[in-house]
Design a protein around this ligand. Sequence first.
Ligand code: NFS
Length: 628
Amino acid sequence: KKKAAPKVQNETARVIYERLGDEVLTTPARVERRGTTPCLFGKGGTCCRVCNMGPCQVVEGVEELRGVCGASAATVVARNFGRMVAGGASAHSDHGRQVAIDFYETVHGETPFEVKDKRKLRVVAQALGVNPDQEEQALLQEMAEAALRVFNQQEGEIPLLNRAPEKRKQLWRELGVWPRGVDREVVELLHRTTIGVDQDHRNIFMACARTALADGWGGSMIATEFQDLLFGNPGPIKARVNIGLSVIREDMVNVAVHGHEPVLAEALAIAASDPEIVEEAKKVGAKGVNLAGICCTGNEVLMRRGIPVAGSFLQQEAAIATGALEAVVVDVQCIMQNVAEIARHFHTAVITTNPRARMEGAIHIEFDARKALECAKQILREAIARFPKRDKSRVDIPDHSVDVVVGFSHETILYMLGGRFRASYKPLNENIINGKILGVAAIVGCDNFRVDEEVHVELAKELIANNVLVLTTGCAATGLGRAGLLRPEAAELAGDSLREVLEAVGCPPVLHMGSCVDNSRILIAATEMVNTGGLGEDISDLPAVGCAPQWMSEKAITIGQYFVASGATVVFGPDFPTLKSQVATDFLFHEMERIFGAGWRVARKAGEFAAIMIDHIQAKRKALGIDK
Ligand code: NFS
């Protein structure tokens, strides 16, 4: 007899889990078994595990409950926060480095890829401090070397931060937080947070700002820009998100691409339409090979190719439990260990492809960009071989997929809002100044079974109803897509004046800007708004705010810290990892505000998020003298 499925707000996952019953332990079932509160001690940030005299439980204000070494709660919290920032920065940046390597190999003729986006070449060259006026091949090679230097440079300044507004650059220099090189900042932050090194929470948090800036304006920005160069700059494109019959096909070999680095998915997309592979799929009774994305790889191929996204982070198990996936192909990041467990109950192969991420129960087919198509074909053949083993009686694909319009890179916004002949942010700024658009809000980050899923959707609806234009990335974007908010028709939910602006250009009220590394696009868009004029001199003057209501990964903390250090206030979801030290939390929430002109906030319910964000936007409008 089957037990009731665990409570899941995500309707699609719920339907699938219900069928699965207690056949296999799923993530929401694990959450339910553990209770809704995470480890009470660890969650406030005061559990110190950096040496073997502990682990120590530290309680703020209780002398006997300092660490054995005397560490205070503020120090321990700052150290743990710093280690999250270093972890998150390392993930985005190791991804960025791989893209830089792929680019290097490509421009040296070693991969089957080519540089697709020539329009952007010069812009990126300039941002890297490379002279754009030179013969193309020499330019490409110099850019590849400059991109790699962003990671291994030991002294000086990461050049990409020069793209920021003048005032911000001055501030970073005065504060000494301009990062030198990504690897150096990550290593130094890990060093400073080990036993007996940096004990001043302020000093640690400033180092966190420097490391986070190395991610946002360094590693992540390299990932975004060089992926655009290699695979194309996203433009508006129609597609579908969520599990459904047009996303996971009953008559095709279904391959889910899950993880983060799009080079693998790009190769699979090319191989899937190779006549040889199509023929092989037909031989086993399928019409061909169908790709569907999960997590940020999904966002990457959605933005550039219109390949549908089957699911965000919290739907990865559900996609497999449809019983119709022949393979889940993974590379790095956000792949739950439970994926292999769920797959074991079906005919689905889990295929790992990256030497940095192996999984028990998976088949390993190493992906090498230099042999991209051979590797991709080998992977697809493994999937094709599974098709005859699909048990049709166990296939259940709830038809929940929804239309979306995506592809709002910073350049797209420029052209959509500014028009092809005078591509600029001027119309956006003007509409903010005249009050038609109240301000801009970014809803980014993960989804998380411990937080009410509706928070993203309710918040977005509330913001657009108040004439706030919403930008989105990552798994939050997939959730907003599921709710239908990435369709131009959703403009009808916007306040009258925002609606008028959106309908004139045919834009959805929520603009999907890409994966999590693509938060770097938001930094560029914000800078462009400052440079366009009329909205102050720095990012911290803009009527703009960010949030990550369902954050779960360390990467989200790094993103929050680089937004704040760049002048954009952020509101994060509950269980913030510093809350057990008032002293440390005050630094992030208030002192950073004085230093960087932006700070952290926390909220739980959609209404709380909306109130904080709209108040913030209104306060900025008032300071600019454009409130009415
Ligand atoms: Ni971002 Fe993307 Fe999703 Fe969160 Fe994970 S996939 S890099 S970390 S869960 S948004």
